[in-house]
Write a protein that binds this ligand. Sequence first.
Ligand SMILES: [Zn+2]
Length: 237
Amino acid sequence: MRVWFFSARQVLWWICACLTLGIFLGTNGADFIPVSGGTIQRGLSGRTIVIDPGHGGIDPGAVSAGGVMEKDVTLQIAKELEYLLKRAAVYTILVRHGDYDLADSSETHLLNRKRQDLKRRVLIAEEADADLYISIHANYFPSSIWSGAQTFYYEGSVSGQHLARTLQTELVRHLGPNNRLARPGDFRVLRDTTMPAAMVEVGFLSNPREAELLSQASYQKQVAAAIFAGLLRYYSQ
Ligand SMILES: [Zn+2]
C-alpha cells in the first residue's frame, strides 16, 4: 500500500490561498481554480479516495478471447484515475500498484486467498478513514453482444446509490451511447465498506470491440476521465 499526500497543512494552505485569491480576482464561485501542476476542485480536493483495481496476481479476472486480462485493464485505469485525482489535490490510495493480490503468499487455497484479498482491500479503506471507495472491474458475459460500462452500489446505501448514478451519467456521457443504469450489486467491497462506495464495470471483455478498446491506453484514459468527471460532479452537487 502506498499513500500519496501533500501534507494536510500544505493542502489547506493552497485551498485557502486559492479561494482568497479567487475572491480578489472575482472568480469566487468557479469550480476550477488553477494551481501549480493541477487544479483545486472545490468539494473534491482534500478528500481521501481509495481506488481498487479489481483482481491481480493469480486471479486475472475476466479474460477476452484475444487475451486481454481484466486485472491489467483495471490497474491501468486505476493509475490514470489516480493521476487525475492527484492533480486535483486528492489523497489517493491505490490498493495495489502492480500485478499481485493482497493475500498472504502462504495461502494456497484459492477461495481463502480471494476472501483474504477482498477483506484487506476493505481494511485499507477503513483504516484510512477514506471518504470514498471506487472499485474498478470489467464485465464478462457468455454472449459477446453485450457492451457498455455499468456502475453498481450496495442496495440500501443512499450515498452509494447517488455516487453510482452520478458515475454512470458521466460514463455514458464520455464513452458513448449506453442504456445501462446504475444497479444494486451484492459485492463484498461494497457491502463491507462504511464510506460511499461504487463499483465501475468499465465494459465487457466478452465483446471483441470493447475488449480491444479497453486494452488501448487512450481508451483507458478516457474511462479514467469519465470516472473523474463523475467524482467531480458527485462532490459539486
Ligand atoms: Zn472483476
